[in-house]
Design a binder for this molecule. Structure first.
Ligand SMILES: [Fe+2]
Ligand SMILES: [Fe+2]
Length: 423
C-alpha cells in the first residue's frame, strides 16, 4: 500500500501539470485575442488618420477638425466628441467643434482657465479618463446644464505644440463599457496631428493677414498721392469681391481678385504728379502716359512671387470686351476673368466718384451706362452679376459710407459731365 502513495502523488502531479498547461494555453489564446483586437484597433486608427491626413495640410482647418472629431467618435465608439481650443489672450477654453447630440448647444459655452476636465488637462498637459463623472471633482457640469446634455463618462487628451497646450480633444459617453488605454492611445495620435495642423493654420492666417495688410498699404500709397481718388481702391476691391461671389467663383479665385483689385492701380505710383494730379482733363499725350500705369503695375508686382497670380488682373484691367482696350487689345473671353470683373467695378466707381472738374454721376445713371456698354466695353456676365449685387442691396453700405465721406470734403463746383471710362 505504501507503494501506491508515490504513484498517487505522481498522478496528481501529472493532472496539475495538465491543468497548468491547459490554463496557460487558455491564457495564451486570450492574450492572442486581445493582441489581435488591439492590432485591429490600431489599424483602424491608422486608417482614420490616413483619411483625415490629407486635410491636415490644407488651409481649411474647420473641415479638417470636423472630420477628425467624427473619426474619433467612430473609433472610440462614443456618443459625442469635441475639440476645444484655448483663447491665446484670455486663456478661456472654447468649443471649436462639438459633434453629437446637443453639439451646437454646447458650443456657446466658454470654460474658465482650469475649469472642468478640459481645464485640468490643459493645465497639467496630461490625458485623463473619467469613467464616472459624478464622483470626479474635476468635472464641471456647466456645459451639460447649458446644453441639456448628460455626460456620463469622458476621455480627454491635450493638444500640444512645442510643449505648449493649445487645446483639448474630448470623447464623451462610451456607448458600451468604459474608455480604456487604447482609446487614449488613438486620441493622442490624433491630438498630436491636429495640434500641428491647427498651429500651422494659425501661422498661415497671421502671415496671410500681414500680407493682405501690406498689399492694402501699397494700394493706399497711390491714394496718398491723389486725394480725389480717396477710397477708390477699397471700393473697387469690395465691389469686385461681391461680384466674384455672385458669379460663384472658387474661394482661391476670390482671394486673387481681392488682391488684384486692391493693387489694380499700383502702377500710378510711377506716373508723374503733373499728370496724376492734373485738376482738369488730360490731353491725348498725357492720357497716353497715364495709360502706362497698367504695365508699370505689372512690373512692380512681378518682382514678388506671391503676387504673380494677380498680374493678369493688373495688366488687363483696362482691356475692353470688343478688343478696343489697352495695353494688348484683348478680345472677349481672352481677357482674364479677374480683369473683366475689375474693369466693370473700376468704371462704376470712376463714374460715381467726384473729379476736380466734374461731380460723380448718380448711381442709377452709372448703372445704365454699364448696361449701355455691355458687350462692347464690358463682359455681359459681369455686368449682370454687378446688377444682381446692386439689386440685393449689397452695395448699400459701401455707397452710404462713400456719400458720408463725400459730404465731409469740400463741394465740387464744376459742371457735371458724363464719363464712362476709368483710369
Ligand atoms: Fe482704378
Ligand atoms: Fe486703372
Amino acid at each position: 500500500m505504501p507503494v501506491q502513495r508515490p504513484l498517487k502523488k505522481k498522478a496528481t502531479t501529472v493532472v496539475s501539470e495538465e491543468k497548468r498547461r491547459s490554463s496557460k494555453a487558455k491564457g495564451d489564446v486570450a492574450r492572442l485575442a486581445r493582441a489581435r483586437a488591439d492590432q485591429k484597433s490600431r489599424l483602424k486608427i491608422l486608417e482614420a488618420l490616413e483619411e483625415v491626413g490629407p486635410l491636415l495640410t490644407t488651409h481649411d482647418s474647420g473641415q479638417m477638425q470636423q472630420r477628425a472629431i467624427a473619426a474619433i467618435i467612430r473609433l472610440a465608439r462614443c456618443e459625442g466628441g469635441a475639440l476645444l481650443l484655448i483663447d491665446p489672450v484670455t486663456r478661456e477654453i472654447y468649443f471649436n467643434v462639438a459633434l453629437g447630440k446637443k453639439g451646437d448647444a454646447v458650443k456657446v459655452v466658454r470654460l474658465m482657465p482650469n475649469e472642468g476636465v478640459a481645464g485640468w488637462v490643459a493645465r497639467t498637459g496630461e490625458s485623463l479618463i473619467v469613467n464616472d463623472v459624478r464622483v470626479d471633482p474635476r468635472f464641471s457640469n456647466r456645459a451639460d446644464e447649458r446644453s441639456g446634455y448628460k455626460t456620463r463618462n469622458l476621455l480627454a487628451v491635450p493638444m500640444t505644440v512645442r510643449g505648449h497646450c493649445i487645446g483639448v480633444l474630448e470623447a464623451v459617453n462610451k456607448v458600451r463599457g468604459k474608455f480604456n488605454e487604447l482609446d487614449m492611445e488613438g486620441m493622442t495620435v490624433f491630438a498630436n496631428q491636429i495640434a500641428i495642423a491647427v498651429e500651422n493654420n494659425r501661422l498661415y492666417e497671421t502671415l496671410q493677414e500681414t500680407f493682405l495688410s501690406t498689399a492694402s498699404a501699397l494700394g493706399d500709397a497711390i491714394e496718398a498721392k491723389d486725394a480725389y481718388t480717396a477710397g477708390h481702391t477699397r471700393r473697387v476691391m469690395e465691389y469686385s469681391l461681391l461680384v466674384a461671389q455672385v458669379m460663384r467663383l472658387p474661394a482661391a479665385d476670390q482671394d486673387a481678385i481681392r488682391l488684384a483689385a486692391t493693387l489694380h492701380d499700383i502702377g500710378k505710383i510711377g506716373i508723374e504728379d503733373r499728370i496724376l494730379k492734373k485738376p482738369g482733363r488730360l490731353d491725348p499725350e498725357e492720357m497716353a502716359v497715364m495709360r502706362g500705369h497698367s504695365v508699370i503695375g505689372e512690373k512692380i508686382v512681378a518682382g514678388i512671387p506671391k503676387l504673380r497670380p494677380i498680374i493678369p488682373g493688373i495688366r488687363h484691367h483696362h482691356e475692353q470686351y470688343d478688343g478696343k482696350g489697352y495695353p494688348d487689345g484683348l478680345l472677349g473671353e481672352a481677357i482674364p476673368k479677374m480683369a473683366r470683373i475689375i474693369a466693370v467695378c473700376d468704371t462704376f466707381d470712376a463714374m460715381t466718384s467726384d473729379r476736380p472738374y466734374r461731380r460723380g454721376l448718380p448711381i442709377d445713371t452709372a448703372l445704365q451706362e454699364l448696361h449701355r456698354c455691355t458687350g462692347t466695353q464690358f463682359d455681359p456676365h459681369v455686368v449682370q452679376a454687378f446688377q444682381t449685387v446692386f439689386d440685393r442691396g449689397a452695395l448699400n453700405d459701401i455707397l452710404r459710407q462713400y456719400q458720408a465721406d463725400r459730404a465731409a470734403t469740400a463741394p465740387v463746383t464744376a459742371v457735371p459731365v458724363s464719363e464712362s471710362s476709368a483710369t
